[in-house]
Ligand binder design. Sequence first.
Ligand code: VIB
Length: 221
Amino acid sequence: MTLFERLKADAAPQWASYTNHDFVRQLGDASLPQECFRHYLVQDYLFLIQFARAYALGVYKSPTIDDMRQSLEGVKAILDAELDLHVGLCGDWGMSRSDIENAPEETPTMAYTRFVLDAGMSGDLLDLQAALAPCIIGYAEIGARLQDGGADHAGNPYRLWIGEYAGDDYQKVAGGFSCWLDRTAAQVLTENRYPRVLSIFEKACRLESDFWQMGLDAGSR
Ligand SMILES: Cc1ncc(C[n+]2csc(CCO)c2C)c(N)n1
């Protein structure tokens, strides 16, 4: 069993609320109001900027050069590719770069990203990875499940988003992250320590749910 599988099993209620959130279900059956998706996309851009900082903190917290390289790949993936892809996706949804760069960061965005940064800052690389895992691996699971259910059909306006996370490239990123988590755990995880790692993982799942809820709430304002 990988550490991720163990955390997911022990945080089953939080994992289920996150990965089966109504926002996800509505993405799958195309019933999600477009306003909710637009709102989510803008906040997700702001989220990714902070996520790049979290990976940069990973470089600093890395015990080995291999870990530093792994973290650096995360920084580069976001700064060199993901942010521009996101601007493109926002463009498809009628929003310009300045629309998204000037949008105010909402409370759930701040809460989640600063929680991740603090988990890493006050802890070690394993604490940081436990805070990052729901987000990196959860999206791969959600994308694959929606695609398996046939949600990426031509009539679904959210099919590009689903395809991105269901695609081989992202599935490999998530699988690589899980292996990296196991390598760190093999060095530093003890049974005494496990409850604290689980607590970080559970909180990150809850903050992911709140992030989806922020998108849904945008439809009723
Ligand atoms: C709220 C939220 N949670 C998870 C992801 C998924 N994700 C997080 S960082 C990253 C880039 C990894 O290289 C990806 C795809 C997201 N976008 N937004």
